[in-house]
Write a new protein. Structure first.
Length: 395
């Protein structure tokens, strides 16, 4: 029998890391620092159950019907004014509800990228975005970062060197490093992108999870040239399972994104959109955010304390002001991919650094998620990892 031939775009996607990570999280014996999931306690199941009940009672037939591509208008209106918090002036017409920020990245790529086009990314960057871009057969270019995120001069240099079409950037509590880009760099990035006609995909699902420091305006708030697509999501602070995110973009780009969405899924689930809208407008959001910020800050502090206590000299890590991740760098000769089975044998999991790099690198790094483990698990798991690392460093 002839073998079926998959499209070339499906070769070497490297999506196995994410799939295996979800599998690992299903094993109750494993202390997993691998995922990017909210804590189960942070999911407001009871409030959302009541909301869903009422919605189905009051508007069941509307909800069960097809609806508009752009999304539920009251939610779009609410978002257009809510993003003022991040310095943005958006109209309702600019808001497209997406099935998570993940779909926003996919739609941006679908609308702008031809095979062979260059997308600039951070080193490291969100690994599932790399997978999306690979399906569009991009060439990657990399922009250098320091402790404050990407360096504007390196961005401009990379645009010229690669004749780049797009920058994909996670500016706030970055996945995987937890680092936040300061306001002056955001402004510089918007200006440089505008000058060169480069699209910026600003992926910002973590901004609401700030535990210390002051909020920073979005890159989109500095965009005077209509080049920034801002992506947000309700996944990290209400529910990832409802799959509701949003893209806010200049009118011309919005039109194309909406056409792109039409060919993907027509529209995001009506029930999910309305549940999110009711949750945000019934006064549940602020107390909920207050409570999860407090909880996650405690977990972050516990993780940082455990790292200080249990990780050997020669290792270093980021100190994020928010979000869900800490990025750990080990001495250069330690390979975190090789170390993972040893950690898993002791029932601890993390994600090795390599899949977060478009151009190699990250061999000696790992991403730790602190939102989904209990305080005790954070201490026990990090202690265990510290032992595995110490052994490897001695070998
Ligand atoms: C940077 C970043 N973008 C997008 C996503 C996907 O989020 P959503 O659930 O909104 O699709 C994630 C999830 O981990 C993420 O970390």
């Amino acid at each position: 029998m002839e073998k079926v031939a998959f499209a070339t775009r499906m070769h070497d996607l490297g999506g196995d890391v994410v799939r295996n990570m979800f599998l690992l999280t299903e094993n109750p014996d494993i202390i997993s620092f691998a995922g990017g999931m909210p804590s189960p306690d942070a999911l407001p199941a009871e409030q959302l159950r009541k909301i869903a009940d009422e919605l189905m009672q009051d508007a069941g037939q509307q909800i069960l019907q097809y609806s508009t591509i752009e999304g539920y208008t009251p939610l779009r209106e609410w978002l257009a004014s809510a993003v003022a918090e991040q310095g943005m002036k958006a109209t309702t017409e600019q808001v497209l509800i997406t099935s998570g920020a993940q779909q926003g990245i996919d739609l941006a790529a679908k609308c702008f990228i031809n095979p062979g086009d260059c997308v600039l990314v951070e080193r490291p960057t969100y690994l599932a975005a790399l997978t999306i871009f690979k399906t569009y057969e991009v060439e990657f270019g990399c922009v250098d970062s320091d402790d404050y995120g990407i360096i504007p001069e390196s961005f401009e240099e990379a645009i010229v060197r690669h004749n780049a079409k797009m920058l994909y950037v996670v500016p706030t509590f970055q996945n995987p490093t937890g680092v936040t880009l300061p306001a002056e760099r955001r402004k510089a990035i918007a200006e440089i992108a505008g000058k060169h006609g480069v699209i910026v995909v600003e992926d910002d699902p973590y901004a609401k999870l700030r535990y210390d420091g002051e909020p920073v305006p979005s890159i989109a708030s500095y965009d005077e040239n209509d080049v920034v697509i801002f992506l947000g999501s309700f996944s990290k602070f209400i529910s990832p399972g409802l799959r509701v995110g949003y893209a806010i973009s200049p009118p011309e780009i919005h039109e194309k994104l909406a056409q792109g969405k039409q060919t993907t899924d027509f529209h995001t689930s009506n029930l999910s959109q309305r549940m999110i809208y009711e949750f945000c407008t019934r006064g549940y959001l602020e107390p909920h955010l207050k409570s999860i910020r407090k909880d996650y800050a405690i977990r972050r502090d516990a993780a940082l304390e455990a790292l200080e206590k249990h990780f050997p000299e020669g290792t270093r890590w980021t100190h994020p002001q928010g979000g869900l991740f800490i990025w750990v760098v080990l001495p250069e000769h330690i390979d975190t991919t090789e170390l993972l089975p040893k950690a898993a044998a002791k029932n601890v999991a993390y994600i090795p650094g390599v899949p977060f790099y478009a151009d190699g690198g990250g061999k000696n790094a790992m991403r730790l998620n602190f939102s989904n483990a209990s305080l005790e698990q954070l201490d026990v798991g990090i202690k265990c990892l510290g032992e595995v690392i110490s052994e490897a460093m001695k070998a």
